[in-house]
Design a protein around this ligand. Structure first.
Ligand SMILES: C[S@@+](CC[C@H](N)C(=O)[O-])C[C@H]1O[C@@H](n2cnc3c(N)ncnc32)[C@H](O)[C@@H]1O
Length: 215
């Protein structure tokens, strides 16, 4: 029997629109976690759960996996139910990224994909404070989000991104413009007191994947 939420329409539509084009991003984020064996891993603002869906750590069989391997968190109850229905066995929690329901130092990786630019400056600040709090010593923050364009190709990509963001409209769009005005992901992480340890820039869409440590 299908679990409740499996056919949740906003979840289905989001995946239909973005699952294909974000496959490469998801793979890179998962590889960053696997490379340094950063489990347990919390994906904040997980949306449809597509980042964690199907994620089985490569050396699970080797018995190196803690009880709680991965966890997704989102504020939308509908998306959380959908994410859980699409990935039976993986934990998804309904909660606020600005007030995480986890103990200090509970995770070795915290990721946020496309979940910073759309938030208000106050919520962004609270999210980073919470990410810092739940990261264990030596843990990493992994962010995927928009940068200001740095080349002709990325300028074209940024225009396409802006058109999609306009569709999201309202506060989401205004917050996104504010995020770029303040310098995009690079400046945001620096101002939040995180130091980059690895970065992959995607020129065609003016998006970056950054691994960072709390200072
Ligand atoms: C643009 S979507 C990104 C979803 C997903 N990370 C991805 O890469 O496709 C932003 C997500 O943030 C969630 N969200 C908004 N405010 C939140 C909050 N205060 N706490 C947790 N999640 C929140 C929304 O429900 C939405 O799923």
């Amino acid at each position: 029997m299908r679990r409740k939420g499996f056919w949740y329409v906003p979840g289905r539509l989001y995946d239909l629109a973005f699952a294909g084009i974000s496959k490469g991003l998801r793979r890179r984020v998962a590889a960053a976690v696997e490379r340094e064996w950063l489990y347990p891993w919390l994906d904040v603002c997980c949306g449809t759960g597509s980042q964690l869906r199907g994620h089985v750590p490569a050396s699970r069989e080797a018995g190196r996996v803690p009880d709680l391997v991965v966890c997704g968190l989102d504020k939308s109850a509908g998306l959380v139910r959908y994410a859980a229905a699409r990935a039976p066995g993986l934990p998804f929690v309904c909660g606020d990224a600005g007030r995480l329901p986890f103990k200090d130092g509970a995770f070795r990786a915290v990721s946020v994909s496309f979940g910073l630019h759309d938030k208000s400056p106050d919520l962004r600040r609270a999210m980073m404070a919470e990410a810092r709090r739940v990261l264990a010593p030596g843990g990493r923050f992994i962010a995927v989000d928009f940068e200001n364009p740095w080349s002709f190709k990325s300028k074209v990509g940024a225009l396409a991104v802006r058109a999609v963001e306009r569709l999201a409209g309202g506060e989401h769009y205004r917050n996104g413009r504010d995020f770029l005005k303040r310098g995009g992901l690079r400046a945001f992480l620096r101002e939040s007191g995180f130091v980059e340890t690895a970065r992959h820039d995607i020129e065609i869409s003016s998006i970056s994947i950054v691994v960072a440590s709390p200072r």
